[in-house]
Design a protein. Sequence first.
Length: 317
Amino acid sequence: MSTNTVDNKRKVTTARLLDMKQRGEKIAMLTAYDYSMAKLIDEAGIDAILVGDSASNVMAGNMTTLPITLDQMIYHAKSVVKGTERALVVCDMPFGTYQGNPMEALASAIRIMKESHAEAVKMEGGAEIRESIERILSAGIPVMGHLGLTPQSINKFGTYAVRAKEDREAEKLISDARMLEEIGCFALVLEKIPAALATRVAKEVSIPVIGIGAGNGVDGQVLVMHDMLGINKGYSPTSPCSATPPGSASPSATAPWPWMPSTPSIHPSRFWAISPTSPAFSPPLPPSTCPTSSPSPVPPPTRSSPQNHKKHLVNTN
């Protein structure tokens, strides 16, 4: 269930996420792309649901997020909204719908809000898309920013390796984060950047900072649902012997897998609670059945993608 102790049944809004940061309550966010999964996630007490353009990978089998269209994102978002009562629903703006010019960006965001009934949009980038963000904000549409590894720019990066390790890129990220806060974004996703940098950003900005592969010094965590469930057969989380079964861990215990959130006060059970009886959530093996040594874990990439994606993109992380 949610770590929020005030009212777990009250609707989560952008203002409530800010309140959670101010009270030091960690935010839990997961992706969903359909009615049934959204309903399970919402009932588990997850604070926010991201209708991610990662649907391009995990739902459509594309190698990147680029091919998914605005119509497809609206379809997924509409389905998710129908299954959600409490969580805040945020919809990714797909590639090509906001980079061109501010008016196109506004038209795209309006379509998402009107046709899907999502409650906010997420956009990748900093100063280079400032005008588009400001235009959307001027229409009263909440915007969540996204910095660090921005998968819509994967062809420019050429790799899913950690971003902002060099001073110049790190300083730009900090500058962009401050700018996004200044112009009115209600929250910020930091993807696959050094933990120390993410912690610094979370401390320097007043808006919630949600990490994905950015350490536990942020205000919350977001996971791609298919990664969390281990649905992607091309990736190998750590041995089940090192996992923590549902309900058996203390709030400070290690999360079920090393790459899951270990942020204080985000209890692993918040993610297990989605469907503890599902085969995907089978409890780990008891210690007596575990081998004396476990194979080295292979951390999955931040974003889900078909196995053959590895032939094209080399992760030098």
